[in-house]
Design a binder for this molecule. Structure first.
Ligand code: SF4
Length: 448
């Protein structure tokens, strides 16, 4: 049987899709990269924002309609599936399977029930997490996501995650290290340690905190780079900031969602830090690594947000000069405190206007930073060949910038030095530096 997975939303969902894929491949099913020939189609949904959820629902609707022409199983999974549960069966009477993030490990059993009974199955219960994760050893990439925590205890007032993914749970450090080692054995060069709030990681049994875990992962031979996401500003410790000074494999980048520049709005969001604290973290980070890339998430139009509050967010952009930022209009998410207690009172046209102003400024700062890199030398990890442009490779700098480069031999999985030749809107172009031996069929670094 062939299966296809369509993923909407965040990196957690991407990792969940990878896990679904691994489990099914271990069961002898084949993954295909187009829904056309698939016997089973999974739509993995995210519930954090309204837009991806809506897109996923339309996709699911299309696949269910296509069952008229082609017999296939259609499954909806992820946070949104967990949130809606039985309601999805009412909306899509022909759906075959609905399951939440906690049921992924039970997928073969759930699919077996669908295949045996040919009836639809909905399972979105809270079954508790297990420490084991599945990944297939034929995984081909040079970068991989590794979950270290799941769930969240923070209850930011706009966020549905704690209600859908449950309370925070840290995997045991021994198991994480084992997984990273196995992945490195399969050719992975860079891991991203993943969690809703990685800074609060704690392996209580072995008394290992997040910095302790980073130090242990850093020791793994063959692993070249470490990233982590997401960090909560209230839990960024001086120890973590210090780790950027003595762990060279730690990439020169931190994603630190600020959400707003206004203390009043931060308080309503239940973020538990203020602007001053956020700025102090950035200052300390830049003392340890002057050129560290800082990226963030920002919400505009949160209930009661005034022009003045928005002005504080804009001034924060100019003060910090983020390398880039993901920005969103506030949309009330069911179950959350903001949904229950605050009126969504910022008119849609004001939200639109603020988002436009914000995004324009984010782009102009990002482009200025990209332009400043022209002529500079960067070390990049070559991730893969471009599917669109033969001879072109896609690589990533330590600061998380995409750099496209041309090569007539396979550089995949190598760290090479490139000179930046062009700054494009969302990426850079570079050429291999002299001293990188560059012969057809043989590439390597000239260390002479
Ligand atoms: S830290 Fe806040 S925004 Fe992030 S997942 Fe937890 S509740 Fe949501």
């Amino acid at each position: 049987m062939k299966f296809y997975i369509e993923t909407y939303g965040c990196q957690m969902n991407e990792r969940d899709s990878e896990e679904i894929s691994s489990i099914l491949r271990m069961e002898g099913l084949f993954e295909v990269d187009s829904p056309k020939n698939a016997d089973i189609v999974f739509v993995n949904t995210c519930s954090v924002r309204e837009k991806p959820s809506q897109k996923a629902l339309s996709a699911a609707g299309r696949y269910i309609k296509s069952k008229n022409h082609r017999k296939r199983i259609v499954a909806l999974c992820g946070c949104f599936a967990k949130q809606e549960g039985e309601k999805l069966r009412e909306r899509f009477p022909d759906i075959d399977l609905v399951f939440g993030p906690q049921q992924i490990k039970d997928l073969p059993v759930l699919l077996g029930r669908v295949l045996a009974g040919k009836v639809s199955v909905v399972d979105v219960s809270d079954s508790g997490y297990v420490s084991e994760e599945n990944f297939s050893e034929d995984f081909k990439g040079v970068t991989a996501f590794v979950n270290i925590t799941k769930g969240c205890n923070n209850f930011c007032s706009f966020c549905i995650v704690p209600y859908l993914r449950g309370r925070e749970f840290s995997r045991e450090s021994r198991i994480i290290l084992d997984e990273v080692k196995k992945r490195v054995g399969c050719g992975v060069k860079e891991v991203t340690l993943l969690g809703q709030n990685v800074n609060s990681y704690l392996d209580e049994k072995n008394n290992v905190d997040f910095v302790g875990l980073l130090e242990m992962v850093h020791e793994i031979d063959g692993l070249m780079r470490i990233r982590f996401t997401t960090s909560h500003p209230k839990d960024v410790s001086d120890r973590l900031i210090g780790a950027f000074g003595y762990l060279p494999k730690l990439c020169n980048h931190i994603h630190l969602p600020v959400q707003s520049g206004s203390d009043r709005i931060l308080d309503l969001m239940n973020r538990k830090y203020d602007r001053k604290h956020y700025l102090s973290i950035i200052e300390k980070l830049r003392k340890v690594r002057e050129d560290i890339a800082i990226t963030t998430d920002i919400i505009v139009g949160f209930p009661t947000e005034t022009d003045e509050d928005f002005g504080y967010t804009m001034s924060l952009l100019d003060e910090i000069k983020f390398d880039t930022a993901f920005s969103f209009k506030y949309s009330p998410r069911p179950l959350t405190r903001a949904y229950r207690e605050l009126e969504d009172d910022v008119p849609e046209n004001i939200k639109e206007e603020r988002l436009g102003i914000l995004q324009e400024r984010i782009e102009s700062i990002a482009q200025e930073k990209n332009r400043n890199l022209k002529g500079k030398c960067l070390e990049v990890l070559v991730e893969k060949k471009s599917e669109k442009f033969p001879g072109q490779y896609i690589s990533r700098s330590s600061c998380n910038r995409v750099v496209n480069l041309i090569s007539d031999c396979d550089l995949t999985g190598r760290i090479v030095k490139v000179r930046i030749t062009e700054a494009l809107k969302h990426s850079l172009r570079g050429e291999l530096m002299k001293g990188e031996i560059y012969e057809k069929g043989r590439c390597g670094r000239n260390t002479a």
